[in-house]
Design a binder for this molecule. Structure first.
Ligand code: IDP
Ligand code: MG
Length: 154
């Protein structure tokens, strides 16, 4: 087992309202990723600005903050080999219209501003750790072994 890491994932308010939390969790579980933290919560304005700080000034920023704070989200930390990149691949492209069928956004979305899920950027080093720290205290993350772990990794 090499390159095991943790990544931040969040089912956005559209995914929560559309009843997709279980579906999203199932996909990551089935893949072999391990859930090590989860919190169902509503994001406040301050956290939204911190989390999406890189997009401040973009024309879509105010709408994005309004959307992400509008209803609950399911915030999670998933662990596994190459987890950040693997999650991003399973999510699809930022725009659901450009996302391949079989990906979460390609299967459950149509519109750029309602793309169901957030995952840490695998091309932004440290984004996963930064986002995990924004949403979770270290003590809220659980170290445990899946019973099938020896069958998931060589
Ligand atoms: P990502 O979620 O795939 O990492 P980012 O470029 O980091 O994509 O953008 C963050 C979020 O901002 C997107 O998931 C989407 O919800 C929203 N967003 C990005 N670009 C646009 C846009 O052009 N119009 C509306 N919303 C956008
Ligand atoms: Mg991003």
């Amino acid at each position: 087992m090499s390159g095991v890491e943790r990544t931040f994932v969040m089912v956005k308010p559209d995914g929560v309202n559309r009843g997709l939390v279980g579906e999203v969790i199932s996909r990551f579980e089935d893949r072999g990723l391990k859930l090590v933290g989860a919190r169902f919560t509503q994001i406040d304005e301050e956290l939204a600005h911190e989390h999406y700080g890189e997009h401040e000034g973009e024309p879509f920023f105010d709408g994005l903050v309004e959307f992400i704070t509008s209803d609950p989200v399911m915030a999670m930390v998933w662990e596994g080999q190459d987890a950040t990149r693997q999650v991003r691949q399973m999510m699809g492209e930022t725009d659901p219209a450009e996302s391949a069928p079989g990906t979460i956004r390609g299967d459950f979305g149509l519109d750029l501003g309602r793309n169901v899920i957030h995952g840490s950027d695998n091309e932004d080093p440290g984004a996963n750790e930064r986002e995990i720290a924004l949403f979770f205290d270290e003590a809220e993350l659980v170290d445990w072994e899946r019973v099938d772990e020896t069958w998931l990794y060589e």
